[in-house]
Design a protein around this ligand. Structure first.
Ligand SMILES: [Zn+2]
Length: 458
C-alpha cells in the first residue's frame, strides 16, 4: 500500500472486491512510526500485523548455544550424519558436485562414495515430509524405469546392498512398517523430498565446533554453485514427480530455525498443492499484474528500504514480517528459477550470499524461495526471503495476531548496509554489489510481468 492520497481507497475497493479482511484496507499504511517510536506494519502480501516497540532492538541476535567443544583432528568431518566422513548415513546420492569447477556426478555407487569429495551433494531425505508412499497411495505414482534400474544396480553390489539394508531398517524402526528390501530401495531412491548438503560442517581450520560453516562463510563462487545446483535440482524434481503442483525450497539454519543438524543444507519438497499464500497472491495478481512492483518494490524505494542491488536482483528490508526479514527479488523478466539465465541466477545468489554473510553464522535463519508455480495463470517473480529467527511468537501473538518484531525494517536496513559495506571492503562478498544509497530507483524495477504485458498489448 502507498501513502498517496488516493491509493488507500483504490486498495480498499480492490480488496473489498476480494472479500478480504476490511480492517486492512481502511487506510492503514503498510509501515508507519507512531509518536512514541513504535513502528506498526501490515504485510502487503499477507496482511500480517507487526509492531516494533522501542527499546527492544539491542537484544543479542545469536541463539544461546552449548559451550563450544574443542575439535580433535579428524572430528571436523564426522560431527553429524551430513558430514563428509559419514556418506553412508544418508540415502543413495542422486548427484554430487566435485572439484573447483563443480562438475556433476550422478548416482555414485556406494563403493565409490569416498573416492571423491562432494562440494555439494543431493539425496532423498530419510524422513520425508511428503513421502514416496504419499505419491504412490494418493496419486498412483509408480517409479519410472530409470529409478527401478538404479535401485537394481545399487543392490547388486555388497556395499550398496548393505547401505540400503541399514537405511531400510532405520525407516522401518521409525514407521513400524516392514516392506521388502526392493520396495524400500525404490522409496529411498525415488523420493521427491531431497536434501542438498554442503561439504563443510565447520569452516576450514576450525578448532572448535561453534565455528560453523554457514551460507555466508562460503565464497561467492561456492554459494553461486550451491544456488545454481538447487535451481537445477528443483527443475529435476518437478520433472520426476509429475503430480507435483509445486516444489517448496527452503533452508533452515540452526536448531531454533528448525534444523535437525547444524550442517549447511537446503531442502526441496514436492507438494501436490502450492498452499494458501500463493492462492492469495494469485487473487491479488488477477487485479494487478504489477502487484510486487506496486506493493513491495515501490514501497521499499519510497520508505528507504532498499538494502542492496546487483545487475539482476535487488534486496529490500521486508515490511510486515513476523521476524526481521530480507527479501531478494530477481529483476529478470523470467519467472521460474530455472527459466533464469546463468547470470540471472548468479545475481540472486550474490545478494542472498551477501545477506547471509551480513547476518553471521550464529543467527538462526530460514531462507524461503517463492516463485510462480508452473501451472499458475499470472506472472510472479522469483524471490528469496531470509528471516532472522531471533524471537518466538508466544501468548501475546497467539491472542492478538499482532506480532512483536524486535527490529523494524529501517533498523534492519541500517545494520545490513553497515555490515555489507565492511564485508565488501574485506572482499568477502561479490565486489559489484551496490549497497544502500548507492542503489537507485531503477534497481528496484521488476520485469517479471513484462512478457505477459507485451502479450496483452498484442
Ligand atoms: Zn556435519
Amino acid at each position: 500500500m502507498h501513502l498517496e492520497n488516493d491509493r488507500p481507497f483504490a486498495d480498499a475497493a480492490r480488496r473489498s472486491d476480494l472479500g478480504r479482511l476490511k480492517i486492512v484496507s481502511e487506510g492503514a499504511p503498510a509501515i508507519r512510526r507512531m509518536p512514541d517510536g513504535t513502528v506498526k506494519q501490515v504485510g502487503p502480501l499477507t496482511d500480517t500485523r507487526v509492531w516494533t516497540v522501542p527499546g527492544r532492538a539491542h537484544r543479542p541476535l545469536a541463539a544461546p548455544r552449548d559451550e563450544p567443544r574443542p575439535l580433535a583432528s579428524g572430528d571436523h568431518d564426522r560431527l553429524c550424519a551430513f558430514c563428509a566422513g559419514r556418506y553412508l548415513e544418508t540415502t543413495p546420492e542422486k548427484t554430487r558436485l566435485v572439484g573447483t569447477d563443480f562438475a556433476e556426478l550422478r548416482h555414485v555407487p556406494a563403493g565409490e562414495l569416498f573416492d571423491t569429495v562432494a562440494e555439494f551433494r543431493r539425496f532423498a531425505n530419510l524422513f520425508e515430509i511428503v513421502s514416496a508412499e504419499y505419491w504412490r497411495e494418493n496419486h498412483g505414482f509408480r517409479q519410472p524405469a530409470a529409478v527401478v534400474e538404479w535401485a537394481q544396480r545399487y543392490l547388486s553390489t555388497p556395499e550398496g546392498r548393505a547401505h540400503l539394508e541399514s537405511l531400510a531398517a532405520i525407516r522401518a524402526a521409525s514407521s513400524g512398517e516392514h516392506v521388502s528390501l526392493e520396495e524400500a530401495a525404490l522409496d529411498l531412491l525415488g523420493g521427491s523430498h531431497d536434501v542438498i548438503v554442503a561439504r563443510r560442517h565447520v569452516v576450514d581450520g576450525a578448532t572448535s565446533d561453534d565455528r560453523l560453516a554457514s551460507s555466508g562463510t562460503l565464497t561467492p563462487d561456492e554459494h553461486a554453485a550451491y544456488i545454481a545446483y538447487t535451481v537445477r535440482s528443483l527443475a529435476e524434481i518437478q520433472v520426476a514427480q509429475p503430480h507435483a503442483a509445486y516444489v517448496a525450497v527452503f533452508q533452515n539454519w540452526l536448531r531454533p530455525a528448525g534444523a535437525s543438524f547444524e550442517h549447511l543444507h537446503k531442502q526441496l519438497v514436492a507438494v501436490d498443492e502450492h498452499g494458501p499464500q500463493v492462492d492469495h497472491e494469485l487473487r491479488l495478481l488477477s487485479h494487478d499484474r504489477a502487484l510486487y512492483q506496486h506493493e513491495i518494490a515501490d514501497l521499499a524505494v519510497e520508505q528507504g528500504l532498499v538494502v542492496a542491488a546487483t545487475e539482476g536482483a535487488v534486496a529490500f528490508a521486508g515490511v510486515g514480517h513476523r521476524y526481521p526479514a530480507f527479501e531478494v527479488y530477481s529483476t529478470s523478466s523470467a519467472n521460474l528459477p530455472q527459466e533464469h539465465s546463468a547470470a540471472g541466477i548468479r545475481a540472486v545468489s550474490d545478494l542472498v550470499h551477501a545477506l547471509h554473510a551480513a547476518t553471521g553464522p550464529l543467527v538462526p535463519t530460514n531462507e524461503e524461495w517463492h516463485y510462480r508455480p508452473p501451472g499458475a495463470p499470472w506472472p510472479m517473480p522469483w524471490r528469496v526471503v531470509l528471516k532472522w529467527r531471533i524471537s518466538n511468537p508466544a501468548g501475546f501473538e497467539g491472542g492478538t495476531k499482532i506480532y512483536v518484531n524486535t527490529i523494524d525494517p529501517w533498523e534492519l536496513r541500517r545494520r545490513a548496509v553497515a555490515s555489507l559495506t565492511a564485508l565488501r571492503d574485506a572482499g568477502a562478498i561479490a565486489p559489484d554489489i551496490r549497497i544502500g544509497d548507492e542503489c537507485t530507483p531503477a534497481d528496484a524495477h521488476l520485469r517479471y510481468a513484462e512478457a505477459a504485458r507485451d502479450a496483452d498489448d498484442t
